[in-house]
Write a protein that binds this ligand. Structure first.
Ligand SMILES: O=C(O)Cc1cc(O)ccc1O
Ligand SMILES: [Fe+2]
Length: 357
């Protein structure tokens, strides 16, 4: 997880070890007001970026809708191939070996980063889904060539190699590539473009159905890293406990929340926070979510989860939690409390005479 309050100036980073996946969660909110909905639509990739949507009284006594748009700018990533601007709700991949600098055009930023070694991200096989669905290749955007011309004194390149950081000085900008072609390149993706699939009758599908990008291993079914999202979608399953099931997983699950709430946690899991359920650690919805779901009963109508974007980094490798995280004052020592009070809603088995069951 990162926080940043200063742009990289005369400084670039290069990861010789692996690829980075950036998931910005928050930038400096700038509130803009537009009274004409049509205008807003032109500017916004999706409604999910509308943080507030309120009805305000006007002087004449009638009320009108005021849309408050918070663009929540995230990061400007300058790479040797050009520049990528990513806001919360978008993600970017900078593959191994690219030099890049991060600028904060709108002030401090915070978010999540995953690093993978030994392979690269790719789209998951769609299997029986066929040709179309989930993340479409056309929505992955690559930068246009951009370069800095003027000489730069004392430019520092920080190179991560074998887990250590090395620095080198040079008197020119590394962003001096005037044109490029090829397919090994940084890219970005807007998560609101994702086309989610979900059960339309019964049962709860595995979250792997919402894999945006995967870094596969040579063992089918387990990934070095799956980047999975939990986007806005309809829940319609009948005779089904619709939230995530209670489970243990052979992979480890690191989850973050970009905005909104997460369907399995009524309390405690906030945007910008994270949870880690290591391999084989049992987990599932908190007591409040469980009780609310049971109370809705068997005949719950179709229901839309909206205004939310959670994600999971899921890996077959066992993550080691660093000292910084373990000693963080923000560590939730009481996390287990979210399951206190879970109780069975099963009744006594019906005794029907002579049935023997
Ligand atoms: O644990 C979690 O909240 C993530 C998750 C979501 C889901 O819908 C099914 C399985 C799963 O691990
Ligand atoms: Fe899980």
């Amino acid at each position: 997880m990162y926080t940043a309050n200063k742009s990289m100036d005369s400084r670039a980073f290069c990861n010789a070890d692996g690829d980075f996946l950036f998931v910005p969660q928050k930038g400096n909110p700038r509130t803009c007001r537009f009274l004409r909905k049509g205008f807003v639509k032109l500017l916004l990739p999706s409604r999910e970026h509308l943080v507030h949507d309120r009805v305000r009284p006007t002087r004449s006594g009638s009320s009108r809708t005021v849309l408050l748009w918070k663009p929540l700018r995230g990061l400007r990533i300058i790479t040797e191939c050009g520049r990528l601007q990513i806001s919360p709700g978008e993600v970017a991949v900078v593959p191994q070996g690219f030099r890049f600098a991060i600028r904060l055009p709108d002030g401090p930023s915070r978010g999540y980063v995953a690093e993978i070694f030994g392979t690269h991200f790719q789209l998951p096989d769609l299997g029986p889904i066929g040709a179309n669905g989930l993340a479409a290749p056309r929505d992955f955007l690559v930068p246009a060539a951009w370069f800095e011309h003027s000489p730069r004194q004392n430019y520092t390149i920080v190179q991560k190699y074998g887990g250590e950081l090395f620095t080198a000085k040079q008197d020119f900008s590394p962003f001096n590539v005037v044109a490029w072609h090829g397919n090994y390149v940084p890219y970005k993706y807007d998560l609101s473009k994702f086309c989610p699939f979900n059960t339309v009758l019964v049962d709860h599908g595995d979250p792997s159905i919402n894999t945006v990008l995967t870094a596969p291993t040579d063992k089918p079914g387990v990934a070095l890293l799956d980047f999975v999202i939990f986007p806005p979608r309809w829940l319609v399953a009948e005779h089904t406990f619709r939230p995530p099931y209670y489970h243990r997983n052979c992979m480890s699950e690191f989850m973050g929340l970009i905005y909104g709430g997460y369907e399995a946690k009524a309390e405690g899991f906030l945007p910008g926070g994270a949870s880690l359920h290591s391999c084989m650690t049992p987990h599932g919805p908190d007591t409040k979510t469980y009780e609310a779901t049971i109370a809705r009963g068997e005949d719950a109508a179709p229901y839309k989860l909206s205004g939310t974007m959670a994600f999971m980094f899921e890996s077959y490798l066992i993550p080691r939690v660093c000292v910084w995280a373990l000693e963080s004052p923000f560590l939730d020592h009481d996390y287990y409390q979210c399951w206190i009070g879970l109780k069975s809603h099963f009744g006594e088995p019906h005794s029907s005479k002579g049935s023997g069951t």
